[in-house]
Design a protein around this ligand. Structure first.
Ligand code: CA
Length: 427
């Protein structure tokens, strides 16, 4: 799809540092507060956040099919009522206002200074009021690795895996924005396969490197969304860390799946990169063998080439990159995930979050969890300071970054980070 805002030749009057994740071709949406005010919808260009409530108040966002009051809301949900066409029109308008040869905002000193603010002055919030949260399990390599560790290589993939995008319903209440500390959870686990259950702080705190998409209002209850229309219901993507307590998970998950090993926290990057901005980075979906059932068939490329990495920063702030992978390492596309999610008539709503599942590639350094990177703790990682990790320690900060690039423009996500706090004592 050709969109004017995606033109790699576009330049802005706002300075954009070399290598920035946020050139004029990106223009993500988020919600942030500054100068003691309430959170408002924002976009970002270079190292500046742009307060959309100011632009709306000045009448610069009229005529987009978005009610002006939506730009005073603390989250993007009211704005998203305009659907993908409305958000596309908003991004095109912002692109026009910020391009180098447009004087409307550039030459209005008062308005410009009121609307543009240094990002380090902004406190970012969760971009949306999250409705429901679903987590998929769509990386074949990840499913294979876990299957090898907990079963055997010959039967690593369970019989359903190649026929449907496996997923489960997660917990929306504990999704937090980047920068929010994560408290080490307490729970039940077994220290050996035949040992009685013990209770205490998890001894196997892990990350899961994922990308999540956020939905517009979708289908009515009882209706479904086909693969051909799925992407019309996607606002955009964020980085997502699905923190996991492996020892708690291993003991509790039979027979109904993840529960307390997962629901103590999931971290999200604050800027939603719109699907339209990622259009130039669409890439072929993998051939699926055996063929999928008709409702999961899709035409054309529905994967996206997004480089991803994860790093552990120790208390001194220094980082060691522990994983480099790519969002295209997915067997099931977002279009297939959404089609599957709704094929039974389950309704999807504005602000629902659907995470990809851990994204692991074919090489050991591209595995998206410590479980895999250390192969269940048998191959500890060595960090920059010489210390080793099987799983995360108190005080560790987990940082994830991602960007698409290589076609004359870089579209990035910034980062999602969270620091591990010690467990609260049980009194
Ligand atoms: Ca997950």
């Amino acid at each position: 799809m050709t969109l004017p805002a995606n033109d790699p030749a576009l330049r802005s009057w706002v300075p954009v540092p070399d290598g920035s994740d946020f050139p004029i071709q990106n223009l993500p949406l988020g919600a942030g507060s500054w100068n003691g005010g309430p959170p408002v919808p924002m976009t970002r260009i270079g190292d500046r956040a742009v307060d959309l409530s100011v632009l709306a108040e000045a009448g610069l966002l009229d005529g987009l099919g978005i009610d002006r009051t939506a730009f005073d809301a603390p989250v993007l949900n009211p704005l998203m009522a305009a659907g993908r066409p409305g958000v596309r029109a908003l991004r095109e308008r912002l692109s026009t206002l910020l391009r180098h040869d447009n004087a409307v905002l550039r030459d209005d000193n008062d308005l410009r200074e009121e609307a543009l603010v240094a990002v380090d002055q902004v406190v970012m919030q969760l971009p949306v009021a999250v409705g429901d949260y679903t987590d998929f399990y769509s990386s074949r390599q990840h499913a294979y690795n876990v299957g090898c560790m907990f079963r055997d290589p010959a039967n690593a993939l369970l019989p359903n895996w190649l026929h449907l995008p496996v997923g489960y319903h997660g917990r929306a209440s504990s999704i937090v924005v980047s920068g929010t500390p994560i408290r080490r959870p307490m729970g039940q686990y077994r220290s050996a396969p035949d040992a009685p259950p013990a209770f205490g702080p998890t001894r196997q705190l892990d990350m899961e490197l994922e990308v999540a998409f956020i939905t517009f209002d979708g289908n009515a209850l009882g209706e479904r969304i086909g693969t051909d229309r799925s992407e019309d219901h996607i606002l955009g993507l964020v980085l997502f860390n699905d923190w996991s307590a492996r020892d708690i998970q291993a003991w509790e998950y039979v027979p109904l799946g993840p529960f307390l090993g997962k629901n103590f926290g999931s971290s999200m990057s604050p800027w939603v990169v719109l699907l339209d901005a990622l259009e130039p980075f669409r890439t072929a979906s993998p051939e699926q063998d055996p063929p999928v059932l008709p409702y999961l068939r899709q035409q054309g490329p529905h994967h996206f080439d997004i480089a991803l990495e994860a790093a552990i920063a120790t208390a001194d702030g220094r980082e060691t990159v522990i994983c480099r992978t790519n969002f295209s390492n997915q067997y099931w596309s977002m279009a297939q995930q959404l089609a599957h999610h709704t094929v039974n008539g389950c309704n999807v709503r504005c602000g629902d979050v659907m995470a990809s599942g851990t994204i692991s590639g074919g090489s050991p350094e591209s595995f998206g969890s410590l479980l895999e990177l250390t192969w269940k703790g048998t191959r500890p990682l060595t960090l920059h300071d010489g210390t080793t990790r099987k799983f995360l320690e108190d005080g560790d900060t987990l940082v994830m970054r991602g960007h698409a690039g290589g076609r004359g423009v870089r579209i990035g996500f910034g980062e999602v980070r969270g620091t591990v706090l010690p467990a609260l004592p049980y009194l």
